[in-house]
Design a protein around this ligand. Structure first.
Ligand code: CP
Length: 309
């Protein structure tokens, strides 16, 4: 057991293996709470959480809201289209106004890398990064590692293949940091334009052939092509991408019998993953979503508890 003293969660790169394990263990305890008749605990009673999403989200925004409700916090949701950001108010001024209204926790999703760190350094409130540009998406990687540990019983020594658009993926970066710290081996798979060999400096393997990992991987984590962050074409067509890197039925049949098929969502069915494979018993995609609730309860509980320490 460690003493948690971080008011913010901005990036997994800065966490120690013990801190990551502590979040996963705390999440496991909160998952138990979810199986009880009365699923609410009073841990954040009297606290106010603001969900401040400057980019679209389904899973992350709703699961932070549900996590806060389960912890008995009050929740306010702000979307960019209904905020004064549309009138030119800066991110900093918006956040200072939220703090002036006695917000205790701000969950921020933003298209700019570094936005969460920027606020964390300026606010007394806890700032939780719900995805900042191509930088990090820490709670996604925490729920991914939680799901792997839950399903396969460990992380140490496992071979995790992350397939797809790595270059623009905050999910990939956070997963790389978390999984390496917890002892997993990682291979990044995708076209050379989206998976440059530069990533090898992080301590991972890189291949541009999906055939290289199918028989050996314990986990395949498929990523969406993030058109919203790409300013040029990185491969000839979606059809060619699917032909070379999609998890088709034929490729899925070559995976180990107990290999996990993961995806952070949203899925592009028929592009990075065959629709039937996404719905098959080997896919843990919806388990990931369920586990996101417990993981986000743990993060809110720990960070809010560290304020003022
Ligand atoms: N995985 C994920 O971040 O999904 P949302 O964009 O729907 O939150």
């Amino acid at each position: 057991m460690i003493a948690w003293n971080r008011k913010d969660l901005v990036a997994l790169e800065e966490l120690t293996p013990a801190e990551i394990t502590h979040i996963l263990d705390t999440a496991a305890a909160f998952k138990q709470v979810g199986t009880r008749d009365i699923k609410k605990v009073p841990s954040l009673r009297g606290k106010t959480l603001v969900n401040f999403f400057v980019e679209p989200s389904t899973r992350t925004r709703i699961s932070f809201e549900l996590a806060a409700v389960r912890l008995s916090a009050d929740v306010v949701n702000i979307s960019v289209s209904t905020s004064s950001l549309t009138k030119g108010e800066t991110l900093k001024d918006t956040a200072l106004n939220l703090q002036a209204l006695h917000s205790d926790i701000i969950v921020l999703r933003h298209s700019s890398a570094g936005a969460a760190q920027f606020l964390a350094e300026r606010l007394a409130a806890s700032v939780i990064n719900a995805g900042d540009g191509s930088h990090e998406h820490p709670t996604q990687a925490l729920l991914d590692t939680f799901t792997i540990r839950e399903k396969l019983g460990k992380l140490e020594g496992l071979h995790v293949a992350i397939i797809g658009d790595i270059l623009f993926s905050r999910v990939a970066r956070s997963n790389i940091h978390a999984l390496l710290k917890l002892g997993a081996r990682i291979t990044l798979v995708g076209p050379s334009t989206l998976v440059p060999r530069e990533f090898e400096k992080m301590g991972v393997a890189v291949t541009h052939r999906i055939d290289d990992i199918l028989e050996d991987a314990d986990v395949v984590n498929l990523l969406r092509i993030q058109h919203e962050r790409q300013r040029q074409e990185y491969f000839p067509s979606l059809g060619e991408y699917t032909a070379l890197f999609g998890l088709t039925k034929e490729r899925a049949a070559r995976l180990k019998p107990n290999a996990l098929i993961m995806h952070p969502g949203p899925i592009n069915r028929g592009v990075e993953i065959d629709s039937d494979i996404a719905d098959s018993g080997r896919s843990v995609i919806l388990d990931q979503v369920t586990n996101g609730l417990a993981v986000r309860m743990a993060v809110l509980y720990l960070c809010a508890g560290a304020r003022g320490k």
